[in-house]
Every structure is written in structure tokens, then in C-alpha cells.
Design a binder for this molecule. Structure first.
Ligand code: HEM
Length: 185
């Protein structure tokens, strides 16, 4: 895939104003993040499980839910540690998570409300435990960066697939998308 995950990460963190102060707030609370991660995973999979379509995906293969709980806990904790200070490893990991969701057939309509659930749940927890507004803002920002990765993966993979199948140039494809949109609005 053509996307440079680290370059994308830098662009998103700048766009959303994810600052060094945000990083410090997250790192300082990394242990707390790990401690609440299992409860966040419970809430997250309860939410997905309540939706018929997503529940079917979750229960498609044996052990999937169990695996997912573990990967969710690791994912949640990584938002606090930043892995390599939100560097290349972090970006590559987020890109891979995006690609895995595309492969399973999970699109923006599933992912956006799912991330909203995470932001809401963690917001409730922050309030209940008297955590700072700075931490809440930092978490919301990094959740949006992670969300952008999953969304972008969907777009990159589908665009690449169309270009490969048709032999069109990217420029032509984009023009057709714009023309197509103009025709329906
Ligand atoms: C906030 C949005 C989401 C986050 C942060 C998230 C996180 C993750 C992570 C970290 C993985 C593991 C990737 C790996 O193996 O490297 C994963 C895989 C997966 N996710 Fe998500 N996910 C999200 C949304 C969803 C939604 C909406 C569904 C819908 C059912 C879903 C279903 C799955 C499935 C089926 C797998 C593959 C499990 C397997 O068989 O190994 N995820 N997700």
C-alpha cells in the first residue's frame, strides 16, 4: 500500500493538535489506562455484540472474541504509552489495525460509532475518578488519530483495488468520484 504510515501519523497529530503536553498527560496515566482497559473492553464488546451485523462478525470464528479482548486491552494501553513515543512503530501498528478491519469487511459506518463508544465510556470513567480535563482531551485526540488510520485504510485499499482492476490512473479515479458526487447532490 502506498501510504506512509508515519507521515500520515504526523499529519494527523498536527491537524488535531496532539501536543507534547498531551503525550505527557497520557504517559503519566499509563498505569491507570492499563487498569481500566479490561472494563473498557467489556463495554466495547457489549456494544458491538448488541448489533446484529457486528455480533455475527465477532462470533464468526472460534476464539475470536477472546483474542479481540486481548488485542483491545493492548490497543487501549498503547494509546497511553505511545509505544515508541508515537513514532514509526505506533504508526505502523495503527495502519495494520486499519488493514485488518478492511480485510474483515468493517467499514466507516461500523468504526465511527464504535470509537465514539470508547470516547464516551472513557469519559464517564475519567469523570467518576476525578481525572483532569487535560487527560480527557489528550485521549479524545489520540482516539481520533487512531480512527483516522482505520478510515484511511478503507479508502486506500478500495482505491488501490479499483485502480488495479481497471488500470485507471489515480487522477482519473478521483475526477470520476468528484463528478459522481456532483451528479447526486
Ligand atoms: C474503535 C474502533 C476499533 C478498534 C480500536 C479496534 C481494535 C482492534 C484491534 C487492536 C484488533 C487486532 C488487530 C491485530 O490482530 O493486529 C482488531 C481486530 C478485529 N476487530 Fe476491531 N476494533 C475496532 C472496531 C471494530 C468493529 C466496529 C468491529 C465489528 C465487528 C471489529 C471487529 C474486529 C475483528 C473481527 C477483528 C479480527 C479478530 C481476529 O479474528 O483476530 N472491530 N480490532
Amino acid at each position: 500500500m502506498a501510504l506512509d504510515s508515519y507521515e500520515f501519523m504526523l499529519r494527523m497529530t498536527q491537524r488535531i493538535n496532539f501536543t507534547d503536553e498531551d503525550k505527557t498527560a497520557l504517559k503519566t496515566n499509563a498505569e491507570w489506562g492499563l487498569a481500566i482497559a479490561p472494563a473498557m473492553a467489556d463495554a466495547f464488546y457489549a456494544y458491538l455484540g448488541n448489533d446484529e451485523e457486528m455480533s455475527a462478525i465477532l462470533n464468526e470464528s472460534e476464539g475470536r472474541i477472546h483474542r479481540l479482548r486481548e488485542t483491545f486491552v493492548a490497543w487501549f494501553h498503547e494509546m497511553f504509552t505511545g509505544m515508541d513515543d508515537w513514532g514509526k512503530d505506533y504508526a505502523e501498528r495503527r495502519w495494520r489495525i486499519g488493514l485488518i478491519h478492511v480485510r474483515i469487511g468493517i467499514g466507516p459506518q461500523h468504526v465511527v460509532p464504535a470509537m465514539a463508544t470508547v470516547v464516551n465510556e472513557v469519559g464517564d470513567r475519567l469523570r467518576a475518578e476525578g481525572k483532569s480535563d487535560e487527560l480527557r482531551a489528550a485521549l479524545s485526540r489520540i482516539c481520533m488519530v487512531d480512527l483516522a488510520f482505520i478510515e484511511q485504510a478503507y479508502l486506500e485499499v478500495s482505491t488501490a483495488a479499483v485502480l488495479k482492476e481497471t488500470g485507471w490512473t489515480e487522477k482519473l479515479f478521483r475526477r470520476m468520484v468528484v463528478t459522481g458526487a456532483a451528479a447526486v447532490v
